[in-house]
Design a protein around this ligand. Structure first.
Ligand code: GLY
Length: 334
Protein backbone atom coordinates (compact mmCIF):
# COMPACT_ATOMS: atom_id res chain seq x y z
CA UNK A 1 0.00 0.00 0.00
CA UNK A 2 1.42 3.35 -0.99
CA UNK A 3 2.22 5.65 1.89
CA UNK A 4 -0.07 8.62 2.06
CA UNK A 5 2.80 10.60 3.58
CA UNK A 6 4.41 10.85 0.15
CA UNK A 7 1.44 12.11 -1.68
CA UNK A 8 0.55 15.59 -2.69
CA UNK A 9 -2.70 15.50 -0.87
CA UNK A 10 -4.06 18.93 -0.14
CA UNK A 11 -4.74 20.69 -3.37
CA UNK A 12 -6.65 23.91 -3.63
CA UNK A 13 -10.40 24.18 -3.42
CA UNK A 14 -10.14 26.11 -6.67
CA UNK A 15 -8.70 22.99 -8.28
CA UNK A 16 -11.58 20.95 -6.99
CA UNK A 17 -14.08 23.44 -8.35
CA UNK A 18 -12.41 23.23 -11.73
CA UNK A 19 -12.68 19.43 -11.54
CA UNK A 20 -16.36 19.81 -10.79
CA UNK A 21 -16.87 22.07 -13.77
CA UNK A 22 -15.17 19.66 -16.15
CA UNK A 23 -17.11 16.73 -14.75
CA UNK A 24 -20.57 18.30 -14.98
CA UNK A 25 -23.20 15.74 -15.97
CA UNK A 26 -23.78 15.54 -19.67
CA UNK A 27 -27.53 15.49 -19.54
CA UNK A 28 -30.52 16.83 -17.63
CA UNK A 29 -32.58 15.29 -14.86
CA UNK A 30 -30.87 12.14 -13.58
CA UNK A 31 -34.20 10.88 -12.30
CA UNK A 32 -35.75 10.68 -15.77
CA UNK A 33 -34.99 7.46 -17.60
CA UNK A 34 -32.81 7.90 -20.68
CA UNK A 35 -33.58 5.74 -23.68
CA UNK A 36 -32.46 2.12 -23.62
CA UNK A 37 -29.80 1.15 -26.11
CA UNK A 38 -27.91 4.43 -25.74
CA UNK A 39 -24.27 3.46 -26.41
CA UNK A 40 -23.12 5.76 -23.58
CA UNK A 41 -24.91 3.38 -21.19
CA UNK A 42 -21.80 1.20 -21.20
CA UNK A 43 -20.02 3.74 -18.99
CA UNK A 44 -21.57 2.47 -15.76
CA UNK A 45 -19.12 1.92 -12.90
CA UNK A 46 -20.22 0.54 -9.53
CA UNK A 47 -18.42 -0.16 -6.29
CA UNK A 48 -20.31 -2.09 -3.62
CA UNK A 49 -19.42 -3.36 -0.16
CA UNK A 50 -18.99 -7.00 0.76
CA UNK A 51 -19.39 -10.24 -1.17
CA UNK A 52 -23.08 -9.67 -1.81
CA UNK A 53 -22.06 -6.65 -3.89
CA UNK A 54 -21.65 -9.02 -6.83
CA UNK A 55 -25.39 -9.78 -6.94
CA UNK A 56 -26.30 -6.16 -6.25
CA UNK A 57 -24.03 -4.90 -9.05
CA UNK A 58 -25.44 -7.40 -11.46
CA UNK A 59 -28.99 -6.21 -10.87
CA UNK A 60 -27.98 -2.53 -10.87
CA UNK A 61 -26.23 -2.94 -14.23
CA UNK A 62 -29.25 -4.75 -15.65
CA UNK A 63 -31.53 -1.87 -14.59
CA UNK A 64 -29.17 0.79 -15.94
CA UNK A 65 -28.58 -0.96 -19.23
CA UNK A 66 -32.32 -1.45 -19.58
CA UNK A 67 -32.80 2.32 -19.58
CA UNK A 68 -33.10 3.05 -15.86
CA UNK A 69 -31.42 6.04 -14.26
CA UNK A 70 -28.36 5.67 -12.04
CA UNK A 71 -30.63 6.24 -9.03
CA UNK A 72 -32.88 3.41 -10.22
CA UNK A 73 -29.84 1.20 -10.65
CA UNK A 74 -28.45 1.81 -7.15
CA UNK A 75 -31.89 1.44 -5.55
CA UNK A 76 -32.77 -1.79 -7.36
CA UNK A 77 -29.30 -3.24 -6.85
CA UNK A 78 -29.59 -2.69 -3.10
CA UNK A 79 -33.14 -4.15 -3.11
CA UNK A 80 -31.69 -7.54 -4.05
CA UNK A 81 -29.75 -7.69 -0.79
CA UNK A 82 -32.62 -6.25 1.26
CA UNK A 83 -34.82 -9.07 -0.08
CA UNK A 84 -32.29 -11.81 0.71
CA UNK A 85 -32.98 -13.48 4.09
CA UNK A 86 -29.51 -15.02 4.04
CA UNK A 87 -28.00 -11.56 4.54
CA UNK A 88 -28.75 -11.05 8.21
CA UNK A 89 -27.52 -7.47 8.48
CA UNK A 90 -29.72 -5.89 5.81
CA UNK A 91 -33.49 -5.78 5.18
CA UNK A 92 -35.68 -8.91 5.41
CA UNK A 93 -34.18 -11.39 7.87
CA UNK A 94 -31.94 -8.80 9.50
CA UNK A 95 -31.03 -9.50 13.14
CA UNK A 96 -33.45 -7.48 15.29
CA UNK A 97 -32.96 -4.90 18.01
CA UNK A 98 -32.92 -5.76 21.73
CA UNK A 99 -36.74 -5.99 21.73
CA UNK A 100 -36.74 -8.51 18.89
CA UNK A 101 -37.95 -6.00 16.28
CA UNK A 102 -36.21 -5.63 12.93
CA UNK A 103 -35.43 -1.93 12.51
CA UNK A 104 -34.03 -0.74 9.20
CA UNK A 105 -32.00 2.31 8.14
CA UNK A 106 -31.16 3.43 4.60
CA UNK A 107 -30.20 6.46 2.55
CA UNK A 108 -29.68 7.33 -1.09
CA UNK A 109 -28.16 10.49 -2.54
CA UNK A 110 -28.24 11.99 -6.02
CA UNK A 111 -25.01 13.90 -6.68
CA UNK A 112 -26.45 16.02 -9.47
CA UNK A 113 -29.43 17.41 -7.60
CA UNK A 114 -27.42 17.36 -4.37
CA UNK A 115 -30.45 15.71 -2.86
CA UNK A 116 -30.70 12.83 -0.43
CA UNK A 117 -33.55 10.79 1.00
CA UNK A 118 -33.14 8.78 4.16
CA UNK A 119 -35.17 6.52 6.40
CA UNK A 120 -34.41 5.65 10.02
CA UNK A 121 -35.76 2.95 12.31
CA UNK A 122 -38.28 1.62 9.79
CA UNK A 123 -40.26 -1.46 10.87
CA UNK A 124 -42.12 -4.03 8.76
CA UNK A 125 -41.09 -2.68 5.34
CA UNK A 126 -38.31 -4.68 3.79
CA UNK A 127 -36.98 -2.13 1.28
CA UNK A 128 -35.99 1.02 3.19
CA UNK A 129 -33.78 2.20 0.29
CA UNK A 130 -36.90 2.41 -1.89
CA UNK A 131 -38.78 4.35 0.77
CA UNK A 132 -35.75 6.68 1.03
CA UNK A 133 -35.85 7.15 -2.74
CA UNK A 134 -39.50 8.17 -2.46
CA UNK A 135 -38.57 10.78 0.14
CA UNK A 136 -36.53 12.42 -2.65
CA UNK A 137 -39.12 11.99 -5.36
CA UNK A 138 -42.35 12.71 -3.48
CA UNK A 139 -41.52 15.15 -0.66
CA UNK A 140 -39.48 18.20 0.14
CA UNK A 141 -38.07 16.42 3.21
CA UNK A 142 -34.78 14.59 3.51
CA UNK A 143 -35.03 12.26 6.51
CA UNK A 144 -38.02 10.41 7.93
CA UNK A 145 -38.05 8.13 10.95
CA UNK A 146 -40.01 5.49 12.84
CA UNK A 147 -43.79 5.58 12.85
CA UNK A 148 -43.99 8.51 10.41
CA UNK A 149 -41.68 6.75 7.97
CA UNK A 150 -43.79 3.58 8.24
CA UNK A 151 -47.05 5.46 7.57
CA UNK A 152 -45.39 7.31 4.68
CA UNK A 153 -44.37 3.96 3.18
CA UNK A 154 -47.91 2.56 3.56
CA UNK A 155 -49.35 5.64 1.82
CA UNK A 156 -47.06 4.96 -1.10
CA UNK A 157 -48.22 1.36 -1.37
CA UNK A 158 -45.35 -0.49 0.35
CA UNK A 159 -46.69 -3.66 1.95
CA UNK A 160 -46.14 -4.30 5.67
CA UNK A 161 -44.74 -7.70 6.54
CA UNK A 162 -42.96 -9.57 9.30
CA UNK A 163 -39.23 -9.11 8.69
CA UNK A 164 -38.08 -11.65 11.27
CA UNK A 165 -37.25 -14.98 9.69
CA UNK A 166 -37.05 -18.24 11.69
CA UNK A 167 -33.27 -17.83 11.51
CA UNK A 168 -33.10 -14.23 12.75
CA UNK A 169 -35.67 -15.00 15.48
CA UNK A 170 -33.48 -17.91 16.62
CA UNK A 171 -30.43 -15.63 16.83
CA UNK A 172 -32.37 -13.12 18.93
CA UNK A 173 -33.86 -15.77 21.25
CA UNK A 174 -30.42 -17.24 21.87
CA UNK A 175 -29.07 -13.79 22.72
CA UNK A 176 -32.04 -12.99 24.94
CA UNK A 177 -31.75 -16.28 26.83
CA UNK A 178 -28.11 -15.70 27.70
CA UNK A 179 -27.85 -13.99 31.10
CA UNK A 180 -24.31 -12.92 30.26
CA UNK A 181 -25.25 -11.55 26.88
CA UNK A 182 -23.21 -8.77 25.40
CA UNK A 183 -25.44 -5.85 24.84
CA UNK A 184 -25.30 -3.79 21.68
CA UNK A 185 -22.47 -5.58 19.92
CA UNK A 186 -22.16 -9.08 18.69
CA UNK A 187 -18.72 -9.73 17.39
CA UNK A 188 -19.38 -12.38 14.85
CA UNK A 189 -18.87 -12.78 11.15
CA UNK A 190 -22.56 -12.37 10.55
CA UNK A 191 -22.81 -8.99 12.16
CA UNK A 192 -21.20 -6.99 9.42
CA UNK A 193 -22.92 -5.14 7.80
CA UNK A 194 -24.24 -2.45 5.58
CA UNK A 195 -24.59 -2.73 1.87
CA UNK A 196 -23.10 0.48 0.48
CA UNK A 197 -23.01 1.19 -3.25
CA UNK A 198 -21.45 4.13 -5.09
CA UNK A 199 -21.70 4.57 -8.84
CA UNK A 200 -21.27 6.77 -11.85
CA UNK A 201 -22.95 6.65 -15.24
CA UNK A 202 -19.60 7.28 -16.94
CA UNK A 203 -20.56 10.90 -17.62
CA UNK A 204 -19.82 12.32 -14.21
CA UNK A 205 -23.19 11.73 -12.55
CA UNK A 206 -22.75 10.14 -9.12
CA UNK A 207 -25.10 8.31 -6.74
CA UNK A 208 -24.48 6.70 -3.35
CA UNK A 209 -26.82 4.42 -1.41
CA UNK A 210 -26.74 2.19 1.64
CA UNK A 211 -29.07 -0.01 3.65
CA UNK A 212 -28.79 -1.94 6.91
CA UNK A 213 -30.62 -3.52 9.82
CA UNK A 214 -27.88 -1.96 11.93
CA UNK A 215 -26.18 -3.25 15.00
CA UNK A 216 -27.57 -6.56 16.23
CA UNK A 217 -29.57 -6.14 19.45
CA UNK A 218 -29.22 -2.37 19.37
CA UNK A 219 -31.17 -0.32 21.89
CA UNK A 220 -34.58 0.34 20.32
CA UNK A 221 -34.55 3.77 18.73
CA UNK A 222 -30.85 3.69 17.93
CA UNK A 223 -29.95 4.86 14.47
CA UNK A 224 -26.46 5.27 13.12
CA UNK A 225 -24.44 6.22 10.07
CA UNK A 226 -26.39 4.41 7.34
CA UNK A 227 -29.39 6.70 7.35
CA UNK A 228 -27.54 9.88 8.27
CA UNK A 229 -26.68 11.89 5.18
CA UNK A 230 -22.95 12.59 5.11
CA UNK A 231 -22.19 9.63 7.41
CA UNK A 232 -23.34 6.46 5.62
CA UNK A 233 -23.58 8.06 2.19
CA UNK A 234 -22.68 11.19 0.32
CA UNK A 235 -22.61 12.06 -3.38
CA UNK A 236 -21.66 15.21 -5.21
CA UNK A 237 -21.03 15.27 -8.96
CA UNK A 238 -18.38 17.93 -8.37
CA UNK A 239 -16.21 15.68 -6.25
CA UNK A 240 -17.38 12.08 -5.91
CA UNK A 241 -19.36 9.66 -3.80
CA UNK A 242 -18.62 7.61 -0.69
CA UNK A 243 -20.20 5.10 1.65
CA UNK A 244 -19.25 3.41 4.91
CA UNK A 245 -19.72 0.05 6.59
CA UNK A 246 -19.01 -1.08 10.13
CA UNK A 247 -19.50 0.46 13.53
CA UNK A 248 -21.97 3.20 12.69
CA UNK A 249 -21.88 4.72 16.16
CA UNK A 250 -18.17 5.29 15.80
CA UNK A 251 -18.26 6.49 12.22
CA UNK A 252 -21.13 8.90 12.71
CA UNK A 253 -18.79 10.94 14.89
CA UNK A 254 -16.47 11.44 11.93
CA UNK A 255 -19.15 12.18 9.29
CA UNK A 256 -17.31 9.57 7.29
CA UNK A 257 -18.75 9.88 3.80
CA UNK A 258 -18.88 13.65 3.49
CA UNK A 259 -15.34 13.86 4.91
CA UNK A 260 -14.11 11.53 2.18
CA UNK A 261 -15.96 13.41 -0.56
CA UNK A 262 -14.58 16.72 0.68
CA UNK A 263 -11.06 15.29 0.64
CA UNK A 264 -11.63 14.30 -3.00
CA UNK A 265 -12.89 17.84 -3.68
CA UNK A 266 -9.56 19.12 -2.37
CA UNK A 267 -7.71 16.89 -4.82
CA UNK A 268 -7.19 13.57 -3.04
CA UNK A 269 -7.64 10.39 -5.03
CA UNK A 270 -10.46 8.14 -3.78
CA UNK A 271 -7.87 5.79 -2.27
CA UNK A 272 -6.04 8.61 -0.50
CA UNK A 273 -9.31 10.04 0.76
CA UNK A 274 -10.41 6.68 2.25
CA UNK A 275 -7.11 5.95 3.94
CA UNK A 276 -6.70 9.48 5.20
CA UNK A 277 -10.08 9.42 6.91
CA UNK A 278 -9.23 6.20 8.77
CA UNK A 279 -5.84 7.61 9.80
CA UNK A 280 -7.50 10.77 11.01
CA UNK A 281 -9.84 8.70 13.18
CA UNK A 282 -6.87 6.99 14.82
CA UNK A 283 -4.97 10.24 15.21
CA UNK A 284 -7.87 11.71 17.12
CA UNK A 285 -8.30 8.57 19.26
CA UNK A 286 -5.82 5.66 19.04
CA UNK A 287 -8.49 3.23 20.30
CA UNK A 288 -10.18 3.60 16.92
CA UNK A 289 -7.44 1.35 15.49
CA UNK A 290 -9.52 -1.56 16.76
CA UNK A 291 -12.76 -0.19 15.33
CA UNK A 292 -14.83 -2.01 12.74
CA UNK A 293 -14.65 0.55 9.97
CA UNK A 294 -14.40 0.29 6.20
CA UNK A 295 -15.10 2.87 3.52
CA UNK A 296 -15.52 3.04 -0.24
CA UNK A 297 -15.23 6.00 -2.61
CA UNK A 298 -15.37 6.91 -6.28
CA UNK A 299 -14.64 10.14 -8.10
CA UNK A 300 -16.51 11.47 -11.14
CA UNK A 301 -13.89 9.91 -13.44
CA UNK A 302 -14.83 6.51 -12.06
CA UNK A 303 -11.58 6.04 -10.14
CA UNK A 304 -12.20 3.97 -7.02
CA UNK A 305 -10.80 3.63 -3.52
CA UNK A 306 -11.52 1.63 -0.40
CA UNK A 307 -9.90 0.92 2.94
CA UNK A 308 -10.47 -1.07 6.11
CA UNK A 309 -9.22 -0.02 9.51
CA UNK A 310 -7.75 -3.41 10.47
CA UNK A 311 -7.44 -7.02 9.41
CA UNK A 312 -10.30 -8.05 11.74
CA UNK A 313 -12.79 -6.15 9.61
CA UNK A 314 -11.27 -6.43 6.16
CA UNK A 315 -13.56 -5.27 3.42
CA UNK A 316 -14.48 -7.40 0.46
CA UNK A 317 -15.92 -5.29 -2.30
CA UNK A 318 -17.39 -5.76 -5.74
CA UNK A 319 -16.70 -3.61 -8.76
CA UNK A 320 -18.65 -3.34 -11.97
CA UNK A 321 -16.63 -1.81 -14.80
CA UNK A 322 -16.53 -2.35 -18.55
CA UNK A 323 -19.30 -4.90 -18.10
CA UNK A 324 -17.22 -7.01 -15.69
CA UNK A 325 -18.21 -7.81 -12.13
CA UNK A 326 -15.32 -8.56 -9.79
CA UNK A 327 -15.06 -9.42 -6.11
CA UNK A 328 -11.88 -8.21 -4.45
CA UNK A 329 -10.36 -7.71 -1.01
CA UNK A 330 -9.38 -4.23 0.06
CA UNK A 331 -6.29 -2.78 1.74
CA UNK A 332 -6.00 -2.55 5.51
CA UNK A 333 -4.63 0.65 7.03
CA UNK A 334 -3.53 -0.72 10.46
N1 GLY B 1 -23.15 0.66 9.92
C1 GLY B 1 -24.39 0.20 10.33
C2 GLY B 1 -24.71 0.46 11.73
O1 GLY B 1 -23.85 0.55 12.58
O2 GLY B 1 -25.87 0.56 12.04
Amino acid sequence: MESIGRRKFMKSVAGATALGASMAPASGNPGSPPSAGDPARTGLILLTTWQWGVKANERAAEVFQGGGSLLDAVEKGINVIEDDPAVMTVGYGGVPNADGIVSLDAAIMDGTRHRAGSICDLHMIKNPISVARQVIEKTSHTTMAGEGAFLFALKLGFKPEQLLTPESLKVWMKWKANPNRKTFWLKSEKNHDTIGMVGTDGKGHMVAGCSTSGLAFKIPGRIADSSLVGCGVYADDNAGAASATGDGDLMTNYCTSVSIVQAMARGASPQEACEDLLRHMVKSDPRNKDGQCAVIAMNPRGEMGNASMNQGFRLKYSTWKDGKNQLQEGPVVY
